[in-house]
Design a protein around this ligand. Structure first.
Ligand code: SF4
Length: 262
């Protein structure tokens, strides 16, 4: 019996034909099948399966929210010298950047930092002053989406720490999906709750963003993140005077491509 035959191990699957980020019927079918296999499985099993199945073709990206910290703590035990992608929008809180540095000091993790192609001045000359007020979708495009698109195609699948209980727009997530760009996304923490994440963080004395203790359950760029009141949804403080819910990094696939449309 190999070490992987223990209960909880999920047999990895070859993916040689799915090496691009595009919609493909075979890929969609394969993802549907894996979603059934992974549904309800513990986070550790899903992570192990992703690492075994995709190897170097697995990318990891996080904005270092508290569920991202839980995911990294597990992943660093499975992958030596883990590389993690982090998009530095130029508008992060200093606490977020300090957390990134602390993680690099404490854990054998290297951050691959992606920055916007344009600086603040250039972005403002393109879409006007304080673009997070006047055109947040374009601001997010230049600061977040464009850096993401530079690396998206370099991996066969991406890990992300999204959870169903974060917002209505995430409540229909599967543990694996094809997103709106044709990329395979894997969400090992999809079934975890806020309470579970915080218990794990405190129990294991993990580093986390101190803003979480000041009423910020979800932390993005400084101009677009506010504290929330007790009982408000986790992402209520993001773009809170606007109808915007997501920054454009996470996009759902059109109906019919994805199993559980949010
Ligand atoms: S979150 Fe706000 S500041 Fe950051 S990129 Fe989006 S609109 Fe701009």
């Amino acid at each position: 019996m190999s070490e992987h035959d223990a209960a909880g191990w999920i047999e990895p699957t070859g993916l040689e034909s799915f090496d691009d980020n595009s919609f493909d019927d075979n890929k969609a079918l394969w993802v549907e099948q894996q979603a059934e296999t992974l549904a309800g499985r513990p986070m550790e099993d899903v992570l192990r399966w992703a690492v075994d199945s995709f190897g170097d073709g697995l990318g990891v990206m996080t904005a270092l929210g508290y569920s991202g910290i839980v995911m990294l703590d597990h992943l660093r035990r499975l992958v030596d010298n883990l590389t993690v992608y982090f998009i530095d929008t130029g508008k992060h809180f200093e606490q977020t950047l300090a957390l990134k540095d602390e993680i690099e000091r404490r854990w054998p993790i290297r951050f691959e930092v992606l920055t916007p192609a344009f600086n603040d001045e250039q972005i403002e000359s393109l879409i006007g002053p304080e673009p997070w007020r006047t055109n947040p979708d374009l601001c997010c495009h230049y600061r977040k989406v464009e850096p993401l698109l530079r690396v998206l195609h370099t991996k066969k699948a991406w890990l992300s720490a999204l959870r169903r209980d974060q917002s209505v727009s995430r409540s229909g997530l599967s543990p694996i999906e094809i997103d709106g760009r044709g990329s395979i996304k894997i969400y090992p923490l999809v079934d975890w709750t806020r309470e579970q994440c915080w218990s794990y963080i405190h129990e294991h004395d993990l580093p986390y963003n101190p803003l979480h203790d000041e009423g910020y359950p979800s932390i993005g760029c400084r101009p677009c993140t506010s504290p929330v009141l007790p009982g408000e949804p986790e992402r209520a403080g993001r773009w809170n005077s606007m109808p915007k819910l997501e920054c454009g990094i996470h996009v759902h696939a059109p109906t019919g491509v994805r199993r559980s449309e949010a």
